[in-house]
Design a protein around this ligand. Structure first.
Ligand code: ADP
Ligand code: MG
Length: 224
């Protein structure tokens, strides 16, 4: 099944009378269970594309289908539920809430899933902190964790809602090479075991090499 399908997607930014075309005619299909890297230099459009796929932003034109649902023309607000249930996000700068513990950060997106009881939330938090090897750090705040550990918390947070798609925008860019490889290996293990689709961006050739499939983006244009 296609979990992501973009057809001729364009994204333009305008400020005053200036226009900037960030993405041009992006046509891309991603199947369930893929481990796909979007590779390109800084400013090439990687974040813009991941933000569209993640329904955080909307295309200027073209068709975007996520999890079988045509999301083109809908506002990010309309798509809050799809985002909360189907998509997990991992960011370059981790984006953990500094006042919350690791466990509370992982629990946070679960609060959107009203069908989960408190006990079920706790069980998911424990399970996914275990998956990323941080059970012993559950009560630490982000500033008491290393960069690699913070990114592991972010991975647990992204997975806890059982999304079909995990989007990771340069997840290793703020980590040293060795730690970054560990993070990629962990994502790959989860991809294999849970068949979760991963789409991650990078400009690091060593990270690109770890993808099962690679697409390149340059000046807003995608090539296989
Ligand atoms: P990457 O993630 O590959 O570094 P981006 O997707 O962030 O690239 O940016 C692609 C292009 O779009 C860049 O020229 C950038 O300056 C521009 N851009 C990104 N976000 C915005 C925005 N919110 N407003 C205006 N221009 C933007
Ligand atoms: Mg970016």
């Amino acid at each position: 099944m296609d979990v992501v399908k973009t057809e001729q997607v364009c994204k333009e930014y305008s400020f005053g009378n200036q226009r900037l075309v960030a993405l041009r005619d992006i046509t891309l299909t991603v199947q369930a269970g893929e481990f796909l890297a979007i590779a390109g230099p800084s400013g090439s459009g990687k974040s813009t594309l991941l933000n569209l796929i993640g329904c955080l932003d909307t295309p200027s034109s073209g068709t975007l289908t996520i999890n079988g649902q045509n999301v083109s023309g809908k506002t990010p607000d309309d798509l809050a539920d799809l985002r909360a249930r189907s998509i997990g996000f991992i960011f370059q700068t981790f984006n953990l809430l500094p006042v919350l513990t690791a466990a509370e950060n992982v629990e946070y997106p679960l609060l959107n899933l009203k069908e989960l009881s408190k006990a079920e939330r706790r069980e998911r938090v424990d399970r996914y902190l275990g998956v990323v090897g941080l059970s012993k750090h559950a009560h630490h705040r982000p500033n008491e964790l290393s960069g690699g550990q913070r990114q592991r918390v972010a991975i647990a947070r992204a997975l806890a809602t059982h999304p079909r798609i995990v989007l990771a925008d340069e997840p290793t860019a703020n980590l040293d090479h060795h730690t970054g490889e560990g993070i990629l290996a962990l994502m790959k293990d989860i991809n294999r075991e849970a068949r979760t689709t991963f789409i991650f961006s990078t400009h690091d050739p060593k990270v690109m090499a770890l993808a099962d499939r690679l697409v390149q983006i340059s000046d807003g244009v995608l090539s296989a």
